[in-house]
Design a protein around this ligand. Structure first.
Ligand code: BES
Ligand code: MN
Ligand code: ZN
Length: 500
C-alpha cells in the first residue's frame, strides 16, 4: 500500500476512481464538500436534503457527477459536527477504506483528514487515515485452504492544501508504521497455538531483526534461563513439552542522530496457550487462550513500528514465552518456587501464571537501567469485568508515567483507564509459606495481579497495561485487535519528541 499526499488546488479536477468527501448531519458541508457541490451545480446539497443523513459510519456513492473529474464521489457521514473527534475521523476513514476495498478499486483520494476536529492535529488525523486503511486491509487466511482475494487497493492519496503537505506526509508515515505494527501483532495473535508456539515467536523475532537492521535480536533458551535463576517463569514452562523462550529485541538508533538517554523497555506476556495448568480452565472458549500472547505480540508489533520509524531513542522489547498446560510435570497448587529476584512464591492457583512469567522478566530488565518499563499482558479476567472491551487497564505507582501513558492513549485513540495500585491491596498477597502468594482472592483481581508485579519493579519507573479485554474480540468477529500497539508507539514517539 502506498500512501501519498496530493495538493492540487482544484478538487473537482482530480482524476480518480473515488474521492471521499465528508459531510456532517443537518446538511453541514465540509469545505471539500462545498467545493464539489459548487462545481457540480449543487449535486451534493440535493442528496443531503433527502437521501443521506450523514450518520457516522455511513456512506453514499455518487457516480459521474457533471463538472467533476472523479469517477465517484463517496459522501462519508461524519455525524454531528460538535461531536466530531479523532475517533469519528478514524471511523470515517475506515468507512471509505472498506468501501474502496470492497469495490475493488486500485486507487482513491481522501479529503477527510482536512476536516478539523477538536483536539487533533493534521498529523494525527493523517496517521489515523493510514492506520484505518491498513486495518481495513487485514485478512487472516494463513490457515484457510482458500486464500483471501488479493486486495486491489494499492494507492491511497490524501488531499490537503499545499502548505500542509509536509505535516500530512509525516502523519501518513507514522500511521503506516503503526498500521504495519498493528497488523503484524494481529497476525501473530490470530495464528493457532499449534503454529504460534514460543519457538515460532522467537523465529519471527529473528526475522524482524533481518528485516530491520536497527533491531538486534537475542533468544535465550531454557539452559540460559536456568543459569539466570528464572525459577518462577520456568516453573510455568515445565508443564509443557514446548520449550520456553526469552526474547530480547533491541532497537539501536543510528549513531549520529541518537540521544544517549536510558532505554525505554517494553515487556510482553507471551503465553502462546494458557489452559490454566492443574487449576484447569473451563472448556468453553478456551480456544481464546491462544491470545494469551497478545502482550508479546504487541511488543513485537511496536518494535516493528519503532524500527520502521527510525526512532531516535533506544527501545528494548522483552518477551517471556511459554505454554501453561496441565501435566505430570506441571506446577501444583501449594508449590513454592523461587523467582530470579530471590523472592519465594507460593502458587495457590496455577492459572495465575502470567505474573509468574512476568516477574522474572521484570527482574531481568533491571540490567538495562531503563528510563521506564511498561509491561503488557492479558493478565486477568477481572480486568475484563472491570473495564470491558473498551479500555485497557493502566496501573502505575508513578503519576507522571501514568499521565504520559494516558495521554498517549488519548492521542492514539487506543484508550486506557487508570486503575488503583495502593499498598493496602498488598495485604491480600500474604502467604504463610512463601514471601508472596500468586493470588489475592476474588476481590480486585486485576489490582492484586498488578500489586504482585509491582513487588519486582522497584529499580525503575514502571507501568503495567492489562489488555485482557482489549487485545482481541470474541464472538462472530473473533480476532485480534492489535491493541495496544498504537498507544505504545505514541508513548515512545512522545518520549523522544518525534511526534509534534
Ligand atoms: N490469561 C488469563 C487471563 C484472562 C482470562 C484473560 C480470560 C482474558 C480472558 C490469566 O492467566 C488467568 O488465567 N488469570 C486468572 C487469575 C486468577 C486465577 C487469579 C483469571 O483471571 O481468572
Ligand atoms: Mn491463566
Ligand atoms: Zn494467562
Amino acid at each position: 500500500m502506498e500512501f501519498s499526499t496530493q495538493s492540487s488546488a482544484s478538487l473537482h479536477q482530480i482524476k480518480t476512481s473515488a474521492l471521499a468527501i465528508g459531510v456532517f448531519t443537518n446538511q453541514v458541508l465540509t469545505p471539500a464538500a462545498d467545493i464539489i457541490d459548487r462545481a457540480s451545480n449543487g449535486a451534493i446539497r440535493k442528496v443531503l436534503k433527502s437521501e443521506f443523513s450523514a450518520k457516522s459510519g455511513s456512506h453514499l456513492v455518487l457516480r459521474n457527477l457533471e463538472g467533476i473529474k472523479a469517477e465517484r464521489i463517496v459522501l462519508v457521514g461524519l455525524g454531528d459536527q460538535d461531536k466530531y473527534q479523532a475517533a469519528q475521523h478514524k471511523t470515517a476513514e475506515s468507512t471509505f477504506a472498506h468501501y474502496c476495498i470492497q469495490a475493488k478499486l486500485s486507487e482513491a483520494v481522501s479529503t477527510l483528514a482536512g476536516v478539523d476536529c477538536n483536539g487533533t492535529t493534521l498529523r494525527q488525523r493523517s496517521s489515523g487515515a493510514a492506520q484505518a486503511v491498513l486495518a481495513a486491509s487485514y485478512r487472516f487466511d494463513a490457515t484457510l485452504s482458500t486464500k483471501a482475494e488479493a486486495i486491489k487497493l494499492s494507492k491511497y492519496l490524501q488531499w490537503v492544501p499545499r502548505t500542509l503537505v509536509s505535516e500530512s506526509k509525516a502523519g501518513l508515515d507514522e500511521g503506516t508504521a503503526i498500521g504495519k505494527g498493528v497488523n503484524f501483532t494481529r497476525l501473530l495473535a490470530d495464528l493457532p497455538p499449534n503454529i504460534c508456539t514460543p519457538t515460532y515467536l522467537a523465529e519471527q523475532a529473528k526475522q524482524l531483526g533481518k528485516t530491520y537492521p536497527s533491531l538486534k535480536v537475542e533468544v535465550l533458551q531454557r539452559k540460559q534461563m536456568e543459569a539466570l535463576k528464572m525459577g518462577s517463569f520456568l516453573s510455568v514452562a515445565k508443564g509443557s513439552v514446548e520449550p520456553p523462550v526469552f526474547i530480547i529485541i533491541k532497537h539501536k538508533p543510528a549513531k549520529k542522530a541518537a540521544d544517549d538517554a536510558a532505554p525505554l523497555v517494553l515487556v510482553g506476556k507471551g503465553l502462546t496457550f494458557d489452559a490454566g495448568g492443574i487449576s484447569l480452565k473451563p472448556a468453553a472458549n478456551m480456544d481464546e487462550m491462544k491470545y494469551d500472547m497478545g502482550g508479546a505480540a504487541s511488543v513485537m508489533g511496536s518494535m516493528l513500528a519503532v524500527a520502521e520509524l527510525n526512532v531516535n531513542h533506544e527501545v528494548i522489547g522483552v518477551i517471556a514465552s511459554c505454554e501453561n498446560l496441565p501435566s505430570g510435570a506441571a506446577n501444583k497448587p501449594g508449590d513454592v518456587v523461587t523467582s530470579m529476584a530471590g523472592k519465594t512464591i507460593e502458587i495457590l492457583n496455577t492459572d495465575a501464571e502470567g505474573r509468574l512469567v512476568l516477574c522474572d522478566a521484570l527482574t531481568y530488565v533491571e540490567r538495562f537501567k531503563p528510563a521506564a518499563v511498561v509491561d503488557i499482558a492479558t493478565l486477568t479476567g477481572a480486568c475484563v469485568v472491570a473495564l470491558g472491551h473498551i479500555n485497557s487497564g493502566l496501573f502505575s505507582p508513578d503519576d507522571s508515567l501514568a499521565e504520559e501513558l494516558l495521554n498517549a492513549a488519548k492521542q492514539s485513540g487506543d484508550s486506557a483507564w487508570r486503575m488503583p495500585l495502593d499498598e493496602r491491596y498488598q495485604e491480600q498477597l500474604k502467604s504463610n509459606f512463601a514471601d508472596i502468594a500468586n493470588i489475592g482472592g476474588p476481590a480486585a483481581g486485576s489490582v492484586t495481579a498488578a500489586c504482585f508485579l509491582q513487588r519486582f519493579t522497584s529499580a525503575y519507573p514502571w507501568a503495567h497495561l492489562d489488555v485482557a479485554g482489549t487485545a482481541w474480540r470474541s464472538g462472530k468477529d473473533k480476532g485480534a485487535t492489535g491493541r495496544p500497539v498504537p498507544l505504545l508507539v505514541q508513548f515512545v514517539l512522545d518520549r523522544c519528541q518525534q511526534a509534534k
